[in-house]
Design a protein around this ligand. Structure first.
Ligand SMILES: Nc1ncnc2c1ncn2[C@@H]1O[C@H](COP(=O)(O)OP(=O)(O)OP(=O)(O)O)[C@@H](O)[C@H]1O
Ligand SMILES: [Mg+2]
Length: 266
């Protein structure tokens, strides 16, 4: 599915975005240059690039947590100038509060905004159950495995039905088998009942191809978008698809693009 050229207006529209860090004493770092990116509603985009190319910086700017040095970011046509209320964020570290139960960590999305969490309790329980955590609602984070903790963090990022979900290497710290399982669960969660709009950062080629409708490849710093690859595999993605020729072909294609653009060296 090639959606980047679709006629519909994009939900997230990034034009000629650049970022230079120039704080006194730390030297000048050109992190991002000439980033053009359009993400449509319901599209799952994976951002694939080497360490230090500016992926986290880009996510911070798109979500309104940081400001660009140049260029514009629009969400549904409106300039993004402050942290977006209608976003969900999942980081590499789950950032759960150890003294709150799994359920209360999910409901934190409302308490931290000063809203009453009680009307959302049933929805939070359903969401936790949908990621295999029924029966664990009242456990504390320290009683959960790394994969379970990251599932709670994902539920917290989705409970308020954000317009866009930003994920910054959310599975970088879990083991390989758990990661594959979490990839499948995330694909289901983001495809059903309706397709969610997601920007997912990763270093992992298989993960990017498995999850995304479109893989966007960034160059080493200053990060630029050097290639895009549409992934037309049916969604939600199932674990067995990793062995299918179509999947393996897309992974090989991604690797070729990374090589062509000097992101992987020969
Ligand atoms: N607040 C900051 N002040 C100064 N430089 C910064 C700041 N944040 C990031 N940088 C620099 O900008 C560049 C991009 O950093 P960023 O964290 O966005 O990379 P990344 O692609 O997310 O890397 P990784 O894959 O390792 O997480 C790096 O050179 C980093 O040192
Ligand atoms: Mg990063």
């Amino acid at each position: 599915m090639e959606v980047s050229g679709s006629a519909a207006a994009p939900l997230l529209d990034v034009e000629q975005l650049s970022k230079v860090f120039d704080a006194a004493g730390t030297g000048r770092v050109e992190a991002l240059a000439s980033i053009d990116l359009r993400i449509h509603e319901g599209e799952f985009v994976a951002l694939l690039g080497p360490s230090g190319c500016g992926k986290s910086t880009l996510l911070s700017i798109l979500s309104g947590l940081d400001s660009p040095s140049g260029g514009t970011v629009r969400l549904a046509g409106e300039p993004v100038t402050a942290p977006l209320a209608q976003m969900g964020f999942v980081f590499q570290r789950d950032l759960l509060l150890e003294w709150r139960t799994a359920l209360d960590n999910v409901l934190m999305q409302f308490t931290m905004r000063g809203a009453d969490p009680r009307p959302h309790r049933d929805a939070a329980l359903r969401l936790l159950a949908s990621v295999g955590l029924a029966g664990f609602e009242d456990k504390y984070p320290w009683q959960l495995s790394g994969g379970m903790r990251q599932r709670v963090a994902i539920c917290r990022a989705l409970i308020h039905e954000p317009q866009v979900l930003f994920m910054d290497e959310p599975f970088g710290a879990v083991d390989a088998l758990t990661r594959e399982r979490l990839n499948s669960d995330l694909s289901t969660l983001c495809s059903e009942p309706e397709a969610k709009t997601v920007l997912f950062v990763t270093h992992d080629i298989d993960e990017a191809v498995f999850l995304a409708d479109r893989v966007v490849i960034m160059s080493p710093r200053p990060g630029r978008i050097v290639a895009e690859q549409a992934i037309g595999l049916p969604k939600p993605r199932r674990p067995e698809m990793r062995g299918h020729d179509e999947f393996l072909h897309e992974v090989a294609r991604s690797r070729e693009l990374l090589l062509d653009h000097g992101v992987l060296r020969d």
